[in-house]
Design a protein around this ligand. Structure first.
Ligand code: DOR
Ligand code: ZN
Length: 347
């Protein structure tokens, strides 16, 4: 049994760090173990223009612990009215690494998202031309669609036609949550990549709802069946280069998580790389962790892997229950209070 593993420093290809006090409180957990992260643009108001991206990048960098070499990779929030020239300028100036598409009202802070997929065709064509990645919250927002089927229906209605219409556009289906998502990405690689969160690899909807309602397991896309989780575990640990690490760590104040209408999102960056290591160890696939966490993502984004390494060891520690954000404000930590079986022991 392997008890110790050294891998190229990982990157997080899907991260929410918010702004202000929440940014300051949550970013250090990512900066500690990860070289880079794709930073989500769903702020209020969202990151729409190059100047918004630049200003947000500066605030992220200002929130880093002293001496950190962590690099944020910024994204632009796509709306029906996004101007292709704005996107191209942001890309060429090195401000935007990618564009993020939320279907309107599919999840947290997505009210300004896409309502009409015809309207974004000019932007997609431009991105295809300049080689910029298109990141998707891949869920159909039509209220007639059952929440557990949103990913599969999005693939059928929206994604499959897009892959045909824009064959040169590099895409990422974010936070894969279903067997259908896993299969679609595999069938459309290398055009298509898919990120996988630590909690979609670990939880089933029975964990979430079967023993009392656990609001801190509520996220979008929602946690699905055991069969979906098992397909995700198989995909992540396969080593196939179309699957890569994206935590979707998404902190919310406790009060918003526990509200009558609770906010979707799991704050998992304090236990993320350790949780992935646990899953890979359980699947006897620790030798595939480096590909998933540190090599496949850079390959998709055509970036070099990080030069540094991190070492993980089988060692038990207890995750913090929550973190203090500002004054009395707190954010619950995913797996908070649980015994975690892997620990980062060297950088
Ligand atoms: O659960 C989620 N939370 N899913 C998302 O897509 C957004 C995220 C957030 O911003 O809180
Ligand atoms: Zn997200």
């Amino acid at each position: 049994m392997t008890d110790r593993i050294t891998i190229t420093k990982p990157d997080d290809w899907h991260l929410h760090v918010r702004d202000g006090a929440m940014l300051k409180a949550s970013l250090p957990f990512t900066a500690k173990h990860f070289g880079r992260a794709i930073v989500m643009p769903n702020l209020l108001p969202p990151v729409l223009k190059v100047k918004d991206g630049e200003a947000y990048r500066d605030r992220v960098i200002a929130a880093l612990p002293e001496g950190s070499t962590f690099k944020p990779l910024m994204t632009c929030y796509l709306t029906d009215d996004t101007d292709p020239d704005e996107i191209e300028t942001g890309f060429r100036e090195g401000v935007f690494t990618a564009v993020k598409m939320y279907p309107a009202n599919a999840t947290t802070n997505s009210a300004h998202g896409v309502t009409d997929f015809q309207k974004i065709r000019r932007v997609l064509a431009r991105m295809e031309k300049i080689g910029m990645s298109f990141l998707m919250h891949g869920e159909e927002a039509d209220p007639a669609i059952d929440v557990f089927d949103r990913e599969a229906v999005f693939i059928e209605r929206r994604l499959e036609p897009m892959t045909r219409d824009f064959p040169g556009l590099r895409m990422v289906l974010e936070h894969l949550s279903s067997r259908e998502g896993v299969q679609f990405v595999r069938d459309h690689a290398p055009q298509m990549g898919g990120t996988i969160t630590p909690y979609h690899l670990m939880l089933t909807r029975t964990d979430w709802l079967g023993y009392g309602n656990r609001p801190y397991m509520y996220c979008m896309p929602v946690i699905k069946r055991r069969e979906d989780r098992d397909a995700l575990r198989k995909a992540a640990t396969s080593g196939a280069s179309c699957y890569f690490l994206g935590t979707d760590s998404a902190p919310h104040p406790v009060t918003r998580k526990l509200n009558v209408v609770g906010a979707a999102g799991l704050f998992n960056s304090p236990v993320a790389i350790e949780s992935y290591a646990q899953v890979f160890a359980e699947e006897n696939a620790l030798d595939k962790l480096e590909a998933f966490a540190s090599l496949n993502g850079p390959k998709h984004y055509r970036l070099p892997p990080n030069a540094e390494t991190i070492t993980l060891e089988r060692q038990t520690w207890t995750a913090p229950e929550d973190i203090r954000v500002d004054g009395e404000e707190r954010a619950l930590v995913h797996r908070g209070g649980e015994k975690i079986s892997w620990k980062v022991t060297a950088h």
